[in-house]
Ligand binder design. Structure first.
Ligand SMILES: CC(C)(COP(=O)(O)OP(=O)(O)OC[C@H]1O[C@@H](n2cnc3c(N)ncnc32)[C@H](O)[C@@H]1OP(=O)(O)O)[C@@H](O)C(=O)NCCC(=O)NCCS
Length: 175
């Protein structure tokens, strides 16, 4: 795929929200999450809020990027302040370690290298900015498989965090 990687612009906001909705709906279905519509609504409300506060220069996302294929957004990724689950389980008040967050690829182009392309770009950027580690977390079994294959075993597994058999995983990786 011929991909570009660029900081998200306000003009991308609507397409980015659409991508998030499609990708989250798909991942909820694949993981057989209970109460799919309520979960989608909740997840979208939080992502929407994050994006809006990002565009107004606030919020937990420090930088957010999109991958485009023929001018269409096919992926989104960002990094910023670790979320509350990470904060609650690591003593990180004094650390500046960022979280790589919001990694979403359009379902129709998944498993074609878009996630890898974006992730590599963000890791290079974090290295350039002289961070020496990053956090990443996941509550979906499908993406836990993906990250374990890509970056290895998580630092922490919060067993049955979501419901019985649905764990939450947190990685802390050196750069
Ligand atoms: C997880 C996600 C970001 C991966 O992006 P992607 O573009 O589909 O992945 P890539 O094409 O870069 O995959 C690279 C490799 O991982 C493998 N892979 C992809 N998805 C996988 C999965 N769910 N489980 C195991 N392996 C997977 C690919 O087969 C490929 O393997 P290879 O290098 O041996 O050929 C994407 O599937 C996605 O958006 N999922 C839904 C949202 C989500 O869960 N986001 C993460 C939140 S933490």
């Amino acid at each position: 795929m011929n991909l570009t990687f660029e900081p998200i612009q306000k003009i991308d906001g609507r397409s980015a929200a659409q991508l998030l909705k499609t990708s989250i709906r798909d991942v909820i279905k694949k993981n057989k999450i209970q109460h799919p519509e309520a979960t989608l609504k909740e997840e979208m409300a939080s992502k929407q809020l994050d994006l809006e506060s990002y565009f107004s220069g606030r919020g937990p996302i420090e930088l957010c990027f999109v991958a485009k294929h023929h001018d269409q957004i096919v992926g989104i990724i960002g990094y910023g302040k670790p979320n509350t689950i990470i904060q609650d389980h690591f003593r990180i008040q004094d650390e500046r370690t960022p979280e790589v967050k919001n990694v979403y690829v359009l379902p129709t182009v998944q498993k074609r290298g878009v996630g890898t392309f974006m992730f590599d770009k963000v890791l290079k950027l974090l290295q350039k900015k002289q961070f020496d580690a990053y956090f990443l977390d996941s509550g979906y079994q499908s993406s836990q498989k993906y990250w374990q294959k890509k970056i290895g075993l998580p630092e922490l597994v919060l067993k049955d965090y979501w419901e019985k058999g649905y764990h939450h995983m947190i990685w802390k990786q050196k750069l």
